[in-house]
Write a protein that binds this ligand. Structure first.
Ligand code: FMN
Length: 338
């Protein structure tokens, strides 16, 4: 019996299997207005047809200045809702659930306008220096996450993921490498967690569905957060009702990371077992056997698949074939499925 293809429920939301399409920026909003395009609908719906259990959009910016690039998806305006609604109708029509990754790029935004961060430290030599956020900027940004959650609900998403990884804004507050503040949002780990904590509380006033948080579980720097710090953050998130921690790594400071199959898994497993929270594993998971082993041995609850799903939208079918397991075909494809 395959566990990869067994259902799992978060709050009231049942996913038909443990396969998640990992969030991936497509830089395809060519009008630079954050609005979803026919490309995004085709791209994401194809993975629903391909039998992914949870289809997640790319990082979706809660403020225009929170975009990684001008071509990113946005959810900062009520005008974004209609297109996202259409996307969700399509994803749901093929039996998948949908998620969106609420995001703010902070100092890693590459835009022509001003960029913002907890401290005025550029990411690297070619990056702009961000403006250090005032407490008023912080409150406005928390409100933007809250409004993003409201629009995600109006758009029909089933799950929200908060992007707290890869050195983007939430991660910039969490990390001592990027947060040098001396007010109540910086200093001790308790104070560095405060921004994320307030974002979660604000999102929960608009959203009662499942919430995942993606974190970078390794900052690849001795001066960065330690595993103990991540366990502290995770326990706090668990107390706030977060349903799953999606365990990625890196991106906080420019460091070359050696990646190999399952390279992010050990910390994912440790976080799961030390806190008892559900986790998602991600990073060079490319085969059905590898994915099955991860969930079967309780190393994670979900597997997030990125590039392998770019190469093959029918990756779940290929994984099932590898495991000798039969999954249902989309009704239109029955004659060609087995
Ligand atoms: C083109 C591309 C865009 C990405 N955009 C995002 C993103 O928007 N949000 C995010 O959290 N991770 C993003 N990632 C990281 C992926 O979600 C995933 O964590 C990473 O690719 C490792 O998984 P993989 O080996 O299965 O591809 C992106 C990766 C790729 C290749």
């Amino acid at each position: 019996m395959s566990k990869l293809f067994s259902p799992i429920t978060f709050k009231e939301t049942e996913l038909k299997n443990r396969i998640v399409m990992s969030p991936m920026c497509m830089y395809a909003c060519y009008e630079q207005d954050g609005k979803i395009t026919p490309f995004h609908i085709t791209h994401l719906t194809s993975r629903a047809v391909g039998q992914v259990g949870l289809v997640m959009t790319e990082a979706i910016a809660v403020m225009p200045e929170g975009r990684i690039s001008p071509q990113d998806l946005g959810i900062w305006d009520d005008e974004h809702v209609a297109g996202l609604k259409e996307l969700n109708e399509q994803i749901h029509a093929y039996g998948a659930k949908s998620a969106t990754q609420l995001a703010h790029a902070g100092r890693k935004a590459v835009l022509d306008s001003a960029i913002y961060a907890p401290s005025a430290l550029p990411f690297n030599d070619s990056s702009d220096t961000p403006v250090e956020m005032t407490e008023d900027d912080i409150q406005k940004t928390i409100q933007a996450f809250k409004n993003g959650a409201r629009r995600a609900k109006e758009s029909g998403f089933d799950i929200i993921e908060l992007h707290g990884a890869h050195g983007y804004l939430i991660n910039q507050f969490l990390s001592p490498l990027t947060n040098k503040r001396t007010d109540m949002y910086g200093g001790s780990k308790e104070k560095r967690y405060r921004f994320l904590s307030e974002v979660i509380d604000a999102v929960k006033t608009e959203w009662n569905g499942p919430i995942f948080v993606r974190i970078s579980t390794n900052e690849y720097s001795d001066e960065g957060n330690s595993l103990e710090d991540f366990i502290y953050f995770t326990n706090e998130m668990k107390k706030q009702g977060i349903d799953l921690i999606d365990c990625s790594s890196g991106g906080v400071v420019p460091v070359k990371v050696l990646s190999y199959p399952g390279y992010q898994l050990p910390r994912c497993e440790q976080i799961k077992h030390e806190t008892g929270i559900a986790t998602g594993a991600v990073g060079l998971i490319t085969s059905g056997l590898q994915a099955e082993e991860i969930v079967q041995n309780d190393r994670a609850d979900l597997v997030f698949i990125g590039r392998a799903l770019l190469r093959n939208p029918y990756w779940p079918k290929a994984a099932a074939d590898e495991l000798g397991y039969s999954i249902g075909a989309p009704v239109q494809y029955k004659r060609g499925w087995n």
